[in-house]
Design a protein around this ligand. Structure first.
Ligand code: PLZ
Length: 443
């Protein structure tokens, strides 16, 4: 197979005729509840490019929602996963174990924040990791309550739906939700009533007061937060917020869980976004970027907490599948070898400079935020902070038509987010930003 050229190419309307044909078949056969951001059907993907059935090549600013940080066909991932496929596809780690699982857990202990003794358990999806972090925290503390935050996202299973903040599309009509989940404010600097400088202190005080008054700290098993809130709008909690919450957890025997499923594995220019404010979580959930596109997730944390559940209390048929573990070893090797933290920081530098120039010209850009290759702009109505989901959708559509895949997010649907593979070439990155700038001129 020839290497995928790292060049944008638009040869049909997007989606093109072959994608439209497939979309018609899909509509007849695939459940309507499963959506797609852009129904172009993929044939190949790698580096910073997605190639479709019509021969178009799109610039990828999505990485399959922050998954393919090493690209969608990274050499080490393909090599290691292919070799594993040929050796054996599955035994079930709970039946007869294999080395790859252990090796991934050893690397997680090495790479996650803190130098205490750590252990891990592996699962298939982010939601499953979050579910298991809650199980482990409950077993350890012998308490039940789980505290989550405004704008938080943790998944689509019953427990994690309840933990996710946003109703549409995630929760509407799908209740009842699991009990003992409590939501408290987060320091959303851009929208904090008294301004970003006060947000960290005020929001943490409010959150702690609510926990004390409404739940009782002694009932709380776990506080779970994304160090950069992803689906909620790439919200970086204002400085001081995360350390205050982590300290409160520590003082009250509560397990502090960082959900780094979207922000982890070099995405923000560090192995984990928690590192930015020196946070050492008791437990950390990972998925997405960990395995270069294969389904793998993990809970990693303090050995004594991880060992709290009884033997046999954690597991699942496919958790830590050998092919997914081999892919993870390839992905982590790639991150180290190519120094993808440095690449993420460079992406931030290039993006933020261009986005600042766009903001100068267009006052609907209310906020530019994020770290590394997890960058977003929040779009508002001119001269206000009122959310502008219509402009957000129009910009995304204009980018798609020109062959730039971008994603949206945010509680108000007014955030355009950029999650390029960390291995994207700087020429493609710049070309993508040119397309975005043109989109602003066109709406
Ligand atoms: N925690 C922080 O970002 C997944 C969801 C896309 P799964 N985010 C993308 C969608 O619309 O379903 C995510 C996350 C954080 C947990 C999850 C859940 O991870 O692998 O999708 O279960």
């Amino acid at each position: 197979m020839t290497a995928l050229p790292q060049e944008r190419r638009v040869v049909t309307a997007i989606p093109g005729p072959k994608s439209q044909e497939l979309q018609a078949r899909r509509t007849a056969a695939v459940a309507g509840g499963v959506g797609s951001v852009l129904p172009v059907f993929t044939t190949r993907a790698g580096g910073g490019i997605i190639e479709d059935v019509d021969g178009n090549r799109l610039i990828d600013f999505g990485s399959g929602i922050a998954v393919t940080s090493v690209g969608s066909s990274a050499e080490a991932v393909v090599r290691r996963a292919s070799a594993q496929l040929a050796d054996f596809t599955h035994t079930c780690f709970m039946v007869t174990p294999y080395e790859g699982y252990v090796e991934v857990c050893e690397l997680l202990a090495e790479l996650t924040p803190g130098d205490h003794a750590k252990k891990s358990a592996l699962f298939n999806s982010g939601a499953e990791a979050v579910e298991n972090a809650v199980k482990i925290a409950r077993a350890y503390t012998k308490r039940q309550a789980v505290v989550v935050f405004d704008h938080g996202y943790h998944g689509r299973t019953n427990l994690t739906m309840g933990m996710t903040a946003k109703n549409m599309p995630y929760k509407n009509g799908f209740g009842p939700f699991a009990p003992e989940i409590y939501r408290v404010p987060v320091a959303y600097g851009y929208r904090w009533p008294t301004g970003p400088d006060n947000a960290g202190a005020e929001a943490s005080a409010q959150a702690i007061d609510m926990i004390n008054k409404q739940v009782g700290a002694e009932n709380v098993a776990a506080i779970i937060i994304e160090p950069v809130l992803g689906e909620g709008g790439f919200i970086e909690p204002a400085k001081g917020f995360l350390p205050a919450i982590a300290q409160f957890a520590k003082d009250n025997g509560i397990v502090f869980v960082a959900d780094e499923i979207q922000s982890g594995f070099c995405r923000t220019g560090q192995w984990f976004a928690s590192e930015d404010e020196g946070i050492v979580p008791d437990l950390i959930t990972t998925a997405k970027g960990i395995a270069g596109g294969l389904p793998l997730a993990a809970v990693t944390g303090r050995a004594e907490i991880m060992d709290a559940p009884h033997s046999g209390g954690l597991g699942g048929t496919y958790g830590g599948n050998p092919v997914a573990c081999a892919a993870a070893l390839g992905a982590i090797e790639t991150m180290k070898e190519l120094d993808l933290n440095a690449k993420a920081k460079r992406i931030e530098e290039v993006m933020k400079a261009r986005l600042a120039a766009i903001q100068e010209k267009y006052d609907i850009v209310g906020d530019i935020r994020g770290r590394g290759a997890m960058i977003a702009i929040e779009l508002v109505q001119s001269g206000t902070k009122d959310p502008n989901p219509a402009a957000t959708a129009a910009l995304a559509k204009a980018c798609h038509a020109e062959g730039l895949l971008v994603l949206t997010c945010g509680t108000y649907g007014n955030v355009l987010r950029f999650l390029p593979p960390l291995v994207i070439g700087e020429d493609l990155l710049t070309e993508g930003l040119d397309i975005l700038e043109q989109a602003f001129a066109g709406i």
